[in-house]
Ligand binder design. Structure first.
Ligand SMILES: NC(=O)c1ccc[n+]([C@@H]2O[C@H](COP(=O)([O-])OP(=O)(O)OC[C@H]3O[C@@H](n4cnc5c(N)ncnc54)[C@H](OP(=O)(O)O)[C@@H]3O)[C@@H](O)[C@H]2O)c1
Length: 255
């Protein structure tokens, strides 16, 4: 069957495309870089022609509420509408563990993700949603966002991050399976304070930077309550540890 991966050139999308290309299916990586714009609709009809499955792993360039809501509203409605017209039988989307909690905490970006999920659920289309915790690869972004002058001030919360390869595998499994009409959660094997994961990222080289826990810090605009980033008891847990991922990462990109 033909599977179109919208956002197929991104961090997770490129892994999804690579894993799907190891199967006998026809796989199309669709993004602005390949001439497909899910926001404007440019190239969508052509890309989706003959597709059975549409996988949405695209992302907004905007982290603010207005930008995120506008992107996910427009692109999701475009994908659902063009998908229906092309005869797509399964709409698969990647979102975040705790999206509703993060949106309720005031994080504008997460309001966009929440709207994306609502639009899919209410569309009447056959769908599956994958909720992932934060990717290991995203921890440097969390560290950058937490930089306040000379200090890295992070939010006080537990997290259970996962290797991007493992999130991609869950998305692939959803794409090759039947529509669930619901959400599956995936997370990594280890639960620890967010500050520990950031500290261990900095600790790869000789220039260990101190990480401070700031009770007033926000997580991408969201005021977190403890547990907001954590998966529920039914989440599927992957096995690659942060330690092994860090070793692999440091070997391929020496500090
Ligand atoms: N960060 C985390 O830890 C985390 C955790 C759970 C879930 N997620 C979710 O995972 C998803 C993927 O995240 P990611 O980090 O892999 O994103 P990413 O690396 O930023 O990639 C985004 C992809 O979307 C494409 N894109 C952007 N605008 C587009 C448009 N208008 N039309 C078509 N394609 C467009 C980009 O390609 P072009 O620029 O070429 O268009 C790129 O391929 C997001 O929805 C995010 O919410 C993230």
């Amino acid at each position: 069957m033909r599977i179109v991966v919208v956002g197929g050139t991104g961090l997770i999308g490129s892994k999804v495309v690579e894993q799907l290309r190891a199967t006998p299916h026809e796989v199309v990586a669709a993004s602005r870089a390949t001439g497909v714009n899910a926001y404007t609709g440019t190239g969508l009809a052509e890309a989706l022609d003959g597709a059975s499955v549409l996988v949405d792993v695209s992302n907004s360039d905007y982290l603010d509420e207005a930008g995120s809501l506008d992107y996910f509203d427009t692109e999701t409605l475009n994908l659902l509408t063009y998908g229906a017209a092309a005869g797509v039988r399964h709409h698969v989307a990647l979102s975040i563990v705790g999206t509703d909690r993060l949106a309720a905490g005031g994080g504008g970006y997460f309001r966009g993700k929440q709207l994306q999920e609502q639009l899919i659920r209410r569309s009447g289309r056959a769908f599956s949603i994958v909720h992932s915790t934060q990717f290991f690869e995203f921890i440097p972004r969390i560290a950058d966002a937490a930089l306040d002058g000379q200090h890295t001030k992070v939010v006080q919360t537990l997290m259970q991050p996962i290797a991007g390869d493992d999130t991609a595998a869950a998305v692939v499994e959803a794409a090759l399976g039947s529509p669930t009409g619901g959400t599956v959660e995936v997370a990594g094997p280890e639960r620890a304070p967010l500050a520990d994961f950031v500290q261990r990222w900095f600790g790869r080289g000789d220039h260990v930077r101190p990480v401070e826990v700031d009770p007033l810090a926000r997580y991408f605009g969201s005021r977190l309550r403890d547990g907001d980033l954590l998966p529920g008891p039914d989440a599927r847990l992957s096995t690659l540890t942060y330690r092994d991922w860090l070793e692999r990462e440091t070997a391929s990109h020496p500090v």
